[in-house]
Ligand binder design. Structure first.
Ligand code: MG
Ligand code: MG
Length: 268
């Protein structure tokens, strides 16, 4: 069942999304060789709690952390840990915030220091594919139009692997609501998009093959060929004429550019 949001509810979701943006930006300020993803998790959690939010992912179906932090061949749902980050690591940070009865959900991928051109291109194309999908998130289109736009753009440019097993989702009072929002599919298929629907669009794109597997921790999704993966996510409200992106990368990109330990050369 799809729950359509009122204008007032959409503003509450925008606020939750803003806390997600700021939490990821706080993390971005601290990512560097020698830091750990557990430290990043704790920074995000402290920020969320200081702002009277609740981390959406903590204890969600038993997930034990505030942030999903997925390094290199980890695609999504990585456990923060005490491993030392190093030059060349690709770090995806996915955070949800629950406040005033509503969730916000967003993710961003960072590169630490000197990474290969092919990794920078993967990040750029994955982020662009997110916006290709968002362009289709308007009333009258269908979920399949978003899915097709992401898949088509990604595969046409690069032949990257578009992950099939994990998808975007509706969200609101629950972190995961109907409909599912795949990153692959056919135009004209799936649920019809209507004013007031709020969905998380989140392409997960692998440098190599699309196949993934679950790590023995039961959560972390990894690429089958051990090549890196990128993940960007926005929470988007469907409107009549143009999509309303409730989350934002502005503060995150500002922090990314300002942190000399991060490689922001792929940004336009
Ligand atoms: Mg997310
Ligand atoms: Mg999500």
């Amino acid at each position: 069942m799809i729950f359509y949001k009122t204008d007032a509810e959409i503003e509450l979701m925008r606020h939750s999304c803003s806390l997600v943006e700021q939490a990821i930006a706080e993390v971005a300020k601290t990512l560097q060789p020698g830091a750990t993803t557990k430290q990043a998790n704790d920074i995000a959690e402290q920020f969320i709690r200081d702002n009277k939010g609740i981390p959406s992912f903590l204890n969600y179906r038993g997930f034990p952390f505030t942030a999903c932090i997925s390094v290199n061949d980890a695609v999504v749902h990585g456990f923060p840990n005490n491993n030392i980050l190093k030059e060349g690591d690709v770090v995806s940070v996915d955070i949800g915030v629950f406040k005033n009865g509503f969730h916000g959900d967003s993710a961003y991928t960072f590169a630490i220091g000197d990474v290969s051109e092919e990794v920078l291109k993967l990040m750029k194309i994955t982020k662009e594919s997110l916006y290709k999908g968002i362009e289709k998130a308007v009333q009258g289109n269908r979920i399949g139009d978003i899915a097709y736009a992401i898949q088509d753009y990604t595969e046409r440019q690069s032949g990257y692997g578009v992950v099939r097993e994990l998808v975007g989702h509706g969200l609101g009072r629950s972190l995961h609501e109907d409909p599912q929002v795949p990153n692959f599919g056919k135009r004209g298929n799936g649920a019809k998009l209507k004013d007031g629907m709020v969905i998380a669009i989140e392409p997960m794109i692998n440098l190599g093959v699309k196949e993934v597997f679950y790590d023995e921790d039961g959560w972390t999704v990894r690429t089958k060929d051990s090549k890196p993966s990128a993940h960007y996510e926005h929470t988007v409200c469907i409107k009549r004429n143009k999509p309303d992106i409730l989350s934002s990368f502005i503060e995150i990109e500002t922090a990314e550019r300002a942190n000399k330990n991060l490689n922001s050369s792929y940004l336009n």
